[in-house]
Design a protein around this ligand. Structure first.
Ligand SMILES: Nc1nc2c(c(=O)[nH]1)N[C@H]1C(S)=C(S)[C@@H](COP(=O)(O)OP(=O)(O)OC[C@H]3O[C@@H](n4cnc5c(=O)[nH]c(N)nc54)[C@H](O)[C@@H]3O)O[C@H]1N2
Ligand SMILES: Nc1nc2c(c(=O)[nH]1)N[C@H]1C(S)=C(S)[C@@H](COP(=O)(O)OP(=O)(O)OC[C@H]3O[C@@H](n4cnc5c(=O)[nH]c(N)nc54)[C@H](O)[C@@H]3O)O[C@H]1N2
Ligand SMILES: [Mo]
Length: 792
C-alpha cells in the first residue's frame, strides 16, 4: 500500500488515518489526490468530541409517560442513558405496539440524508432493509439537492439523472468551448464532494485546463467566490431569484437580433412560438427585453444585450447551479436554461449546449462509474406510500390532508413513529420552528446518530452508532470510477455499535432475524458484496483482488467508460431514431402536459415569477436576501464540531457574509455578533464583512448545528443555523421541492451580553429512576430503565 496508515473514504474524498492509543488522531489527504478536500480536518475532533453519543438514551418524559405526542418537550427535555438491552426492548415493544394498533403506514422512515460512505453500512439502506422485513414504512421520494430538476426535466428533455451521468466532459469544454456562462457559478468548494466517495478530485485540474485553453467564464451569482479564483471569471451579480429574467433578456436579444437558431428550434424542439410570444410581450404586453431584465435583476441592460451577442458568436456552454432551483419557482431557471441553450442551437455539439448541476458533485463532467458495485439489498416495502421529501412537516401537521404533486392529488398518512438514520432534518429542513412543532406530533421518534445533533436531541430513543472509520466497509462512489477500502481504524467509543448489529438484535426480538441477516455476519456480508463487485468488474474486463488483499491495499482506479462524452449528441445526430423520452420526443419549450395541470406556480413554458418574500406585505421590514449555500468547511452539518469547521466560526458562531456598504449603514464591524430575523425565526451569527457578496444579500452557510435558546421567547438559535429563517413553502405544486434560497431577513448588531453557544455539548442526562430535582450534566451512570416488556 502506498500511503502509510489505513485508508478511509468519505463523500469529500479518500483519507489516510493515523491512530494513536486506539483513537483516530488525524486524517490526512491521500498522496495521489491532486486537490484533496480540507474537510478531513474535522474528523478526529468530531469523532472524539464531547458531543459523541456514547450510550443509548431515552427522553425522560417518554420513559416516564410512555409514547405520546410531546407538546413541546422534544428538544428541551433531558435524557436517561440506558443499556442496549433496555433500549432495544423498549423499541421492539414500540414497533410491535404500533404495527398492532395502527399498522405500518404509521411509521415514517424516509430518513433523508447523506449518512456516510460505504456500500454495506449505509444507514438508510440498513434501516430500509430492516423495516421492509417488518411490514414496511412510509418512505420519501426525491431529495433536497435537485428535486425540482427531478420533477420538471422529464417533461422538458428527459430524466435529470441521465443529464448528470451524460453531462459533457470538461475535457471537451476545454477543447471546444469559447465561453462558459454560469448561473450560480461553479463553486470549487462544492465540486469537491461526491456521494458515496471518490478516488481523485479532478475538477480543479480540468478547470485549469479550460483556462489554459483560453475558455472565457462568466459567473452570474451573488457570491464572487462561486467561481474559482483561477479561472478568471467575469463576475455579474443579479439579484437572487432573477436569473430567469436575465435569461429572458438574453433570449429577447437573440430573437430581436436574428441570432436565434431557427433551424435547430424547428427540428429539435416544440412550442417555441408559444414561448416567443411571451418573450416579445405579445402574450402579456411586457416585452422581456434587456431593459426589462436589467430593471428586474439589477444588471446593466447593455451588458445583458452584449452577453447575448457573445453567446451567439462562438461555442457557448450554459451551466445552471442546482442551488438556483432550491428556491421559489425553482423549476423555472432549469426550464429557461434548456430554452436558452436551444435558442443558441448548440445542444449536442461538443462544448455547446447546457449542463445543470455541474457543481453539485465532483464527478459530473469529470468521470463516471464503469459498473455498479455490490450494495446491501433492501428488499421490498409492503407499504407503497412515499411523500415528496420536503413535505415532512406538512405531513406531520396535517394527517389525512391532501396535497398536489405532478398533477395528481394525494393524501398524507397519519404518522405515529418517525425514524431517522443518517440524516439531520434539524439541519436540512426549512423553517425549523415549524419543524419543531411538527416533530412534537408523533408518539415516538427514533434517531440513530454519531453525535448529539439537534435531531438527536428532538428524539425519544437515541441509538449511538459507529462512524465510517470504526467499521470495515468499502466505497464505490455512485458516479465515481474508484473502489476504496475502508478498514476499521479504531473501535467505536463507549457503547456505540454498527447499525447492522442493532437491526439484527431488533429483528431477533421481533421475529425475522434470519430474514434480515440471511445467516451472515458483517464480514460474511462484506465478502458477498465484494464477490458481486468482482463479478460486475469481470463483465467489463477488470480483474479485482480478493477481499482481504483489497481491504489491506490502496485505492483501485477503474477505467472511465466515456471520457469524451457530449451531452445529447446522439439525439442531435438523429432525432428520429433517438428521440427524447418526452411526449413529443423533442425538447419541449412549451409543454402541453405541464400546461394541462393548470398550475399558477408552474405554467406551460419557462416564466419569470418573483421571489415570494420579496413581494410579501412585510417585505420592507426584511430588506436582505438570505442565501444559505453549502459550506466549504464541512459537508452540510456533519462534523461541525471538528477543527476545520470551528476554526472558521466567528467568536464560536457561524459567519455571515455582509457587504461593506450594508455593514456601514448598520454600524456593524467585522467580528460583531449580529442577529438575523424575520417572522419565522431568529438567529445569532458572526459578522464577516466582505465585498465578495452582492450588496443587499447576506450569505450564511448551512449546517451550523441548530442551537435553540429555550429561555428566549423566540427560541432564537444562538449558533447561526439559517433554516430558522428560511420558509417551508414548496417551489411549486408540480414538484413540491424545497426552496431554501428564497428567504428575506432583517439584520442588526447585537450589543451587550449574548448567550454562549451550546450546540456542540451533549444534552442534560438524569439518573433513573429519578430522584426528584436531580439533574446532572454530562454522562450520568447508566441505570436500568423501567422493566423491559417481554420480547417476542
Ligand atoms: N438552508 C439550506 N438548507 C439546506 C440546503 C441549502 O442549500 N440551504 N441544502 C440542502 C441539501 S442540498 C442537502 S443534500 C441537505 C443535507 O442534509 P443532510 O444530509 O441531512 O445533512 P448532513 O449534515 O449530511 O446529515 C447527515 C447526518 O447523518 C449522520 N451520519 C453520518 N454517518 C452516519 C451513519 O453511518 N449512521 C447514522 N445513523 N448517521 C450517520 C451525521 O452525523 C449527520 O448528522 O440539506 C439541505 N438543506
Ligand atoms: N464543501 C461542500 N461541498 C458540497 C456540499 C457541502 O455541504 N459542502 N454539499 C453537496 C451537496 S449535497 C449539493 S446538493 C451540492 C450543491 O451544489 P450547488 O447547488 O451548486 O450549491 P449551492 O451552494 O446551494 O448553490 C451554489 C451557489 O448558487 C448561488 N445562488 C443561490 N441563489 C442564487 C440565485 O438566485 N441566482 C444565482 N445566480 N445564484 C444563486 C449561491 O451563491 C451559491 O453559492 O454541493 C455539494 N458539495
Ligand atoms: Mo444536496
Amino acid at each position: 500500500m502506498s500511503p502509510r496508515g489505513r485508508l478511509t473514504a468519505n463523500h469529500w474524498g479518500t483519507g489516510v488515518v493515523t491512530v494513536r492509543d486506539g483513537r483516530i488522531v488525524e486524517v490526512a489527504a491521500h498522496p495521489a489526490d491532486p486537490d484533496p478536500s480540507p474537510i478531513n480536518g474535522n474528523l478526529a475532533g468530531s469523532l472524539n468530541g464531547r458531543a459523541r453519543i456514547l450510550r443509548p438514551a431515552v427522553r425522560l418524559d417518554w420513559l416516564e409517560d410512555g409514547p405520546a405526542p410531546a407538546r413541546g418537550r422534544r428538544g428541551p427535555d433531558p435524557f436517561v442513558e440506558v443499556t442496549w438491552d433496555t433500549a432495544l426492548d423498549l423499541l421492539a415493544a414500540e414497533i410491535a405496539r404500533l404495527r398492532q394498533s395502527h399498522g405500518n403506514d404509521g411509521i415514517y422512515a424516509g430518513s433523508y440524508g447523506w449518512a456516510s460512505a460505504g456500500r454495506f453500512h449505509h444507514a438508510q439502506g440498513q434501516l430500509r432493509r430492516f423495516l421492509n422485513g417488518q411490514g414496511g414504512f412510509v418512505a420519501s421520494e426525491g431529495n433536497y439537492s435537485y428535486n425540482a430538476a427531478l420533477g420538471i426535466l422529464p417533461h422538458v428533455v428527459g430524466p435529470y439523472m441521465r443529464q448528470v451521468v451524460d453531462a459533457t466532459r470538461w475535457s471537451v469544454i476545454a477543447a471546444e468551448s469559447d465561453l462558459v456562462v454560469m448561473f450560480g457559478g461553479l463553486p470549487d468548494r462544492n465540486a469537491q464532494v461526491s456521494d458515496g466517495g471518490l478516488g481523485l478530485h479532478r475538477m480543479a485540474g480540468n478547470l485549469a485546463a479550460c483556462r489554459a485553453a483560453g475558455v472565457r467564464f462568466v459567473n452570474l451569482s451573488p457570491l464572487r467566490s462561486d467561481a474559482a479564483e483561477g479561472i478568471g471569471a467575469e463576475w455579474l451579480a443579479p439579484r437572487p431569484g432573477t436569473d430567469v429574467a436575465v435569461m429572458l433578456g438574453l433570449a429577447h436579444t437573440l430573437l430581436a437580433e436574428g441570432l436565434a437558431d431557427r433551424g435547430f428550434l424547428d427540428r429539435y424542439t416544440t412550442g417555441f412560438d408559444r414561448f416567443a410570444r411571451y418573450v416579445t410581450g405579445e402574450a402579456d404586453d411586457v416585452p422581456k427585453d434587456a431593459g426589462w431584465a436589467a430593471a428586474v435583476s439589477g444588471l446593466p441592460a447593455g451588458r445583458i444585450a452584449r452577453l447575448a451577442r457573445e453567446m451567439a458568436a462562438g461555442r457557448t456552454m450554459i451551466t445552471c447551479a442546482a442551488g438556483l432551483q432550491r428556491a421559489d419557482h425553482g423549476e423555472q431557471p432549469l426550464w429557461m436554461t434548456v430554452t436558452l441553450a436551444a435558442m443558441l442551437g448548440q445542444i449536442g455539439l461538443p462544448g455547446g449546449g447546457y449542463g445543470i448541476g455541474y457543481g453539485v458533485n465532483a464527478t459530473i463532467g469529470n468521470t463516471q462509474r464503469p459498473f455498479r458495485a455490490g450494495a446491501l439489498p433492501q428488499g421490498r416495502n409492503p407499504v407503497r406510500r412515499a411523500i415528496p421529501v420536503a413535505m415532512v412537516a406538512d405531513m406531520l401537521l396535517d394527517p389525512g390532508g391532501s396535497y398536489a404533486h405532478q398533477g395528481a392529488t394525494h393524501l398524507f398518512p397519519d404518522i405515529r413513529m418517525v425514524w431517522w438514520a443518517g440524516g439531520n432534518p434539524f439541519h436540512h429542513h426549512q423553517d425549523l420552528n415549524r419543524l419543531r412543532r411538527a416533530s412534537q406530533v408523533p408518539e415516538t421518534v427514533v434517531v440513530n446518530e454519531i453525535n448529539w445533533t439537534a435531531t438527536a436531541r428532538h428524539a425519544d430513543i437515541v441509538l449511538p452508532v459507529a462512524a465510517a472509520q470504526e467499521r470495515d466497509d468499502f466505497a464505490a462512489g455512485n458516479s465515481d470510477n474508484a473502489l476504496i477500502p475502508m478498514p476499521a481504524c479504531a473501535p467505536p467509543p463507549g457503547a456505540a455499535r454498527t447499525e447492522f448489529s442493532i437491526y439484527a438484535a431488533l429483528a431477533a426480538r421481533l421475529g425475522g432475524a434470519e430474514a434480515f441477516t440471511e445467516g451472515l455476519d458483517e464480514d460474511g456480508w462484506l465478502r458477498r458484496l465484494w464477490d458481486e463487485t468482482r463479478a460486475a468488474a469481470g463483465r467489463t474486463g477488470v480483474d479485482l483482488p480478493d477481499w482481504d488483499d483489497f481491504l489491506a491495499g490502496d485505492v483501485i482506479a477503474l477505467p472511465d467508460p466515456a471520457p469524451d462524452r457530449v451531452f445529447l449528441s446522439g439525439f442531435r445526430d438523429n432525432p428520429d431514431a433517438r428521440p427524447l423520452p418526452t411526449p413529443s420526443g423533442r425538447i419541449e419549450i412549451f409543454s402541453e402536459r405541464v400546461a394541462a395541470m393548470d398550475l399558477p406556480d408552474c405554467p406551460g413554458h419557462a416564466t419569470f415569477l418573483p421571489v415570494r418574500d420579496a413581494v410579501a406585505p412585510d417585505a420592507a421590514a426584511h430588506p436582505f436576501h438570505l442565501l444559505s449555500g453549502q459550506p466549504a468547511t464541512r459537508l452540510h452539518s456533519q462534523l461541525d464540531n471538528g477543527a476545520l469547521s470551528r476554526a472558521h466560526k466567528v467568536g464560536g458562531r457561524e459567519p455571515v457574509l455582509i457587504h461593506p456598504d450594508d455593514a456601514a449603514a448598520l454600524g456593524i464591524r467585522d467580528g460583531d455578533v449580529v442577529e438575523l430575523s424575520n417572522a419565522r425565526g431568529r438567529c445569532l451569527a458572526g459578522a464577516r464583512i466582505t465585498d465578495e457578496v452582492r450588496q443587499g444579500c447576506l450569505f450564511l452557510w448551512t449546517g451550523a448545528w441548530y442551537d435553540p435558546d429555550f429561555d428566549d421567547p423566540h427560541h432564537r438559535c444562538r449558533h447561526g443555523n439559517p433554516n430558522v429563517l428560511t420558509h417551508d413553502l414548496r417551489t411549486s405544486a408540480l414538484t413540491q421541492s424545497p426552496a431554501a434560497h428564497s428567504a428575506r431577513v432583517a439584520l442588526r448588531r447585537v450589543d451587550g451580553a449574548v448567550p454562549p453557544v451550546r450546540a456542540h455539548e451533549p444534552p442534560v442526562f438524569v439518573p433513573w429512576p429519578r430522584a426528584r430535582g436531580s439533574v446532572t450534566s454530562g454522562a450520568a451512570p447508566s441505570r436500568p430503565g423501567r422493566p423491559a416488556p417481554p420480547s417476542r
